[in-house]
Ligand binder design. Structure first.
Ligand code: SAM
Length: 280
């Protein structure tokens, strides 16, 4: 094995049989494992008979720990990064470490395996030739709606991660902003209560509001119609984009023009009117 290599190792998202032979071998061979939660990963490692030095690497110690991990790599040692479940760097820590290792010319090697988004897409029955993975939507409703407005004109299937307690409100916002699209809620993938709820947003909301959805979920949204639905008219789009005041009039107009297909100048003048309170 070449020295000074950073391995990005995917681990199961529920079912331990999804651990790959290669992941087990690499974790057994390297010098140090950097794990999101060392206690959590210890269970996985002991299941596979792996005993290794471990260090924690999570959201709030990334800067300080990243430097220490890079030092280990600089000494010619090899390190594996794992997260609590699935593929590191996919809505999990890792990006900064990979970026810094790449900048120093350190070899970075992916060890592929489970990823909830890809597993969900593969079994969803929604178009998979083109898709956008957008991670977790914002938790506050205003920002979440703006985020969805920005996604409205994207081609292909849209994939989101969501906390189970926010699923219902997020589905309601999806219906409000994107319209009555086909969706799939993939829950507890690879686990005992695995389930894929398919249908229109309203169909799936019915199951969700009856309290049937618990556990981890991926939300998949089918592409919209080519024509811009009424729910993403220029004024509505601008309202959504400008409501929390983070975007300038120019940037909001630019985005609104992309989403609705109107010219930038038309979007800009509508945005100015909205800003001046001419449109309520
Ligand atoms: N890095 C992970 C991956 O590769 O999928 C994702 C980590 S992210 C912090 C956790 C989110 O992934 C959960 O909130 C849920 O949206 C999704 N997720 C993880 N495991 C899942 C599962 N077994 N079934 C459905 N969704 C899952």
């Amino acid at each position: 094995m070449p020295a000074a290599t950073l391995y990005i190792v995917a681990t199961p998202i529920g079912n331990l049989e999804d651990m790959t032979y290669r992941a087990v071998r690499i974790l057994g061979e390297i010098d140090l494992i950097a794990a999101e939660d060392t206690r959590h990963s210890l269970k996985l490692l002991s299941h596979f008979g792996i005993s290794k030095s471990m260090t924690s690497y999570f959201d709030h110690n990334q800067q300080f720990k990243g430097e220490r991990i890079l030092n280990t790599l600089r000494q010619g040692k090899s390190v594996a990064l794992i997260s609590d479940a699935g593929t590191p760097c996919v809505s999990d820590p890792g990006y900064q470490l990979v970026r810094d290792a790449v900048a120093e010319g350190i070899a970075v090697v992916p060890i592929p395996g489970a990823c909830a988004a890809v597993a969900a897409l593969s079994a969803s029955g929604l178009p998979s030739d083109s898709f956008t993975f957008a991670g977790f939507p914002p938790s506050r409703q205003g920002k979440r709606r703006t985020f969805l407005v920005e996604m409205a004109a994207l081609p292909g299937t849209l994939l989101l991660y969501e906390a189970p307690h926010r699923l219902e409100e997020t589905l309601r916002d999806i219906r409000e902003v994107l319209g009555e699209r086909q969706v799939v809620v993939a829950r507890e993938l690879t686990k005992i209560f695995e389930e894929l709820l398919r249908g229109t947003v309203t169909d799936v909301l019915e199951s969700v509001s009856q309290g049937k959805v618990r556990g981890e979920v991926v939300v998949l949204i089918a592409p919209g119609e080519k024509t811009v639905p009424e729910s993403v008219s220029l004024e509505d789009t601008l309202r959504q984009l400008m409501q929390d005041g983070t975007l300038s009039v120019k940037d909001a107009a630019k985005k609104a023009a992309e989403i609705t297909g109107v010219s930038r100048s038309e979007a800009y003048s509508a945005a100015l009117k909205l800003k001046e309170g001419a449109i309520l």
